[in-house]
Design a protein around this ligand. Structure first.
Ligand code: ADP
Ligand code: MG
Length: 473
């Protein structure tokens, strides 16, 4: 096997395994068992089939899908060339590819040559101890406008833990796929490099275990536990805000693992710069490596996610209903999923196809849709959500203090109150501790102008707005 062949081979494998997820078995076998990867040339993947007929059909049906998936996975603009080869040659390639899959020690990479044998029993034990959720895999993650970069970075890390991007931080609002990606990284590593010890924890679990270890005077065993892993995945680190001694402990764990080039991946619901009550030395560690964000998916991606999920569940929800969901549920993937689940459950229970009208009626009661009637949102709940985000109390926001750390959250809460609700600026001013309506107008103008020049600030405002509208808080 030449080096050129191996260049894009892994991406090719990932591409077909994704396509396999989306096609009926029969269709997949008919076409994808008849073409093979034969090698590559500068950003070009060369595929072969045994007849022009096979190639023409594959080109007509799947070329775009192949090109798009390969380009997404590699982050490069990949083209695909098709050539005819004899049946014997095709079979030969298939055997070789199988060899690559089943006997990875034949691969020229040293890491694989040195791979010690890991027994099945041990792998199972490692899986259990890793805490990973095995149902989150790269193959079920739909890549879209919002997530290409985060997905590529995660896959690169999974393929080369400790080498490519270390540490890595994935941040974004609720329900956008952070936990899914984090677990996919871990599962991929466990399945492909089982000699590495992977550990997944939420920041909350980390905190609780730490506290417990202090109580039972077992801090040393706590330290050992986290310092002997090869890959540490910590979910939702915003939970650590204000937890000083846990931060201190994580800081030391971080240094320890970092020095020995162990992979760390974290997730957070906001950019690190917006965390409050986190020591500088810890936040600078989080920011040190690659920071990637997940944004809410756009319409096309929402549609692709819905189609993929409804196919996975073997449901026959019609395209116009999926379109209705994709148009109306704009908040995040979790909400998309729950809308779909609800409709599928209903149609299965009644054993009948849903009409669009029935779907509308059913979804009308979802909080994310109902919240379109935004008048129901109270100013107090806006103040509360904004306050929680910036770690300041409602009392402080409504109060008279003019600290810098209070002014901006206050102005943001005013901005959102005016933006989302139907209350007048006078009413809003009253709710904010009896302020004048001009103060509210000034705050609104101020936040609007800040948003024009600052993308990350804008994202924060949009995130808060989304959280409020989707009724998450
Ligand atoms: P977060 O951790 O960011 O709050 P999750 O990873 O828990 O979000 O995602 C919420 C749900 O949406 C999960 O069931 C997850 O599998 C699904 N999901 C999120 N993003 C995607 C995606 N791009 N493709 C497929 N499923 C997704
Ligand atoms: Mg999560």
């Amino acid at each position: 096997m030449s080096d050129a062949k191996s260049n894009y081979f892994e991406f090719w494998q990932e591409t077909v395994s994704r396509i396999k997820e989306t096609l009926p078995d029969q269709e997949y076998t008919t076409w994808f068992n008849r073409i093979v990867y034969t090698g590559c040339d500068d950003k070009k993947v060369i595929l072969a089939g045994a007849s022009q007929f096979i190639l023409d059909t594959v080109i007509a049906r799947y070329r775009d899908l192949l090109v798009n998936t390969l380009s997404e996975l590699t982050g490069e603009e990949i083209s695909v060339e098709f050539i005819v080869k004899s049946r014997t040659e095709i079979e030969e390639h298939k055997k070789q590819d199988k060899g690559i899959k089943e006997h990875p020690q034949e691969e020229p990479k040293p890491i694989i040559i040195q791979k010690p044998q890991v027994s099945e029993e041990k792998t199972l034990k490692m899986k259990l101890e890793s805490n990973l959720n095995p149902s989150y895999e790269f193959s079920s993650f739909v890549i879209g406008d919002n997530s290409t970069f985060a997905f590529n970075a995660s896959l690169a890390i999974a393929k080369n833990p400790g080498v490519s991007y270390n540490p890595c931080l994935i941040y974004g609002g609720v329900g956008l796929g952070k936990t899914h990606l984090l677990n996919s990284i871990g599962n991929y590593i466990i399945n492909n490099t089982p000699e590495l010890k992977v550990m997944y924890v939420t920041a909350e679990m980390f905190t609780n275990e730490f506290i417990e270890s202090i109580g039972s005077q077992r801090t040393q065993s706590f330290k050992n536990k986290f310092r002997k892993v090869d890959v540490l995945l910590i979910d939702d680190i915003h939970f650590l805000q204000g937890k000083d001694s846990t931060q201190e402990e994580l800081f030391h764990t971080f240094n320890n693992l970092y020095e020995s080039k162990k992979q760390m991946v974290f997730t957070c619901d906001r950019p690190i710069s917006e965390l409050k009550n986190i020591t500088n030395r810890l936040s600078s560690r989080f920011e040190r490596g690659l920071n990637v964000d997940l944004q809410p998916p756009n319409y096309e991606t929402r549609m692709a996610i819905l189609k993929s999920k409804s196919r996975q569940r073997g449901s026959a929800i019609s395209e116009d209903i999926l379109n209705y969901i994709a148009t109306n549920v704009c908040t995040n993937v979790r909400d998309l999923e729950s809308s779909l689940t609800k409709l599928i459950a209903y149609s299965e229970l009644l054993d009948q196809d849903l009409s669009l009208d029935k779907a509308k009626e059913l979804l009308g009661i979802l909080p994310s849709l109902a919240a379109n009637a935004n008048q129901t949102l109270s100013i107090d709940s806006i103040i509360k959500v904004v306050g929680e985000y910036f770690n300041v109390s409602t009392f402080e926001i409504k109060g008279k203090k003019k600290n810098k750390s209070l002014i901006q959250p206050r102005q943001i809460a005013m901005y959102l109150s005016r933006d989302i609700t139907e209350y007048s600026t006078t009413e809003i001013g009253t709710e904010f501790g009896g302020r004048d309506h001009t103060t509210v107008m000034h705050a609104y103008a101020r936040i609007e102008s800040l948003m024009k020049g600052d993308e990350s600030f804008t994202n924060t405002i949009l995130k808060l707005r989304r959280d409020l509208i989707s009724g998450k808080k």
